[in-house]
Design a protein. Sequence first.
Length: 137
Amino acid sequence: MLALLVSFASLVVSVFFNLRDRQKLVASSKFIAFHPEYGPAHVDVAIVNAGRRPIILRMWGGSDNAGEWVGEYLGKEHAGLRLSEHERHDITVSKDDLYSSTPHSEIIYKVLWVEDSLGRRHVVKDSRRNVQLLWNT
C-alpha cells in the first residue's frame, strides 16, 4: 500500500512539473487615448512568454469580421522573434496600422493576434474592444 501511495505521489509531482515546464504565451492590449505625453491615440500590445520554454513569434496581424487576415513578419529577414522565459515584446498599433491592402481586397482589423513558429495563433486579450475604441477616436 505504501508503494502505491509513493508511486501516486511521484506521478502527481511529475505531471505538475511537466505542465509547468512548457511554453505559455500571454498577449494583452491596452487602449491609450491621446495625451501630450504619450502622443496620438494607439493600442499597446504586450506579448509575454509566461512559460519556461522559449517561444519564437513568427508574425503579428489582424483579422476582419469575415475571417480575412493580414500579418506582418517579426524579426530580421522573417526569422521570427525569440522570447525566453518571462521575456516581453511590445507592439504599438496606431490607427493607420489597422487596415491593410491585399491584391484582392482591403482588410480592416477587428481583432489582433500573434502567431508562433508552430503556426498557432494567439488572440490578443481585449483587442476587439481596444481596436474599436481606437477606431472611434
